[in-house]
Design a protein around this ligand. Structure first.
Ligand code: ATP
Ligand code: PH2
Length: 165
């Protein structure tokens, strides 16, 4: 059973844990380690197995370079809003020299793509406010815009959550 949450509730509330999907189809050997290093500065990182797999948008008519994908479980040192996290990851993509413009019919070189797959919110019981309802919010919230997960994301999420939940 999945619970729906209004985006504005999720956007502002502090996130404590998250699972990310990293993808690179250009110089992955350079940019995956760089992204992992930067993410490690935000908290405790656990990694799923990285593997190279075909671009799921490639066709016979338009072949595309393979992606290297890896999922990351990040337990943040300091809780951060989803809004700020999205900005932070967009900056990290830019720091990996991600170029967003492409000419028509040009195959995109994606040095680093960072997608948030799942988040865990801070437990409201820890709040100083007496007015907040005390409820356990330890469950993962899946990002609706990433669901259903791609095969490589599903594999990574399983690897990272199987032992902890
Ligand atoms: N689950 C999510 N994970 C990451 N970013 C998200 C998510 N949902 C919405 N966003 C927003 O989408 C933007 C990501 O834009 P970006 O240019 O990276 O997309 P894209 O890489 O072209 O899409 P895709 O990752 O589907 O190929 C961010 O600025 C962020 O605010
Ligand atoms: N295998 C694979 N294919 C993709 C991926 C990806 O991360 N992995 N990302 C895309 C656009 O973000 C398009 N295609």
């Amino acid at each position: 059973m999945l619970t729906q949450c209004a985006p504005e509730t999720v956007q502002a509330h502090p996130v404590v844990e998250l699972v990310l999907a990293l993808g690179s189809n250009y110089q992955a050997d350079k940019y995956l380690p760089l992204a992992r290093q930067r993410l490690a500065a935000l908290g405790e990182v656990r990694l799923s197995t990285a593997f190279q797999n075909p671009d799921f948008t490639a066709t016979l008519e338009q072949p595309k370079p393979d992606y290297t994908n890896q999922c990351v479980h990040l337990a943040l040192t300091t809780p951060v809003s989803l809004q700020l996290l999205q900005q932070t990851f967009r900056t990290l993509e830019s720091d990996c020299h991600r170029c967003r413009q492409t000419k028509p019919n040009q195959v995109r070189r994606v040095t680093m793509d960072i997608d948030i797959l799942m988040i865990k919110m801070a437990d409201k019981k820890n709040s100083l406010s007496k007015n907040l309802i005390s409820e356990p919010v330890s469950n993962w919230i899946i990002m609706a815009d990433r669901y259903p997960f791609k095969a490589h994301e599903e594999a990574g999420v399983r690897e990272l959550t199987v032992s902890t939940d």
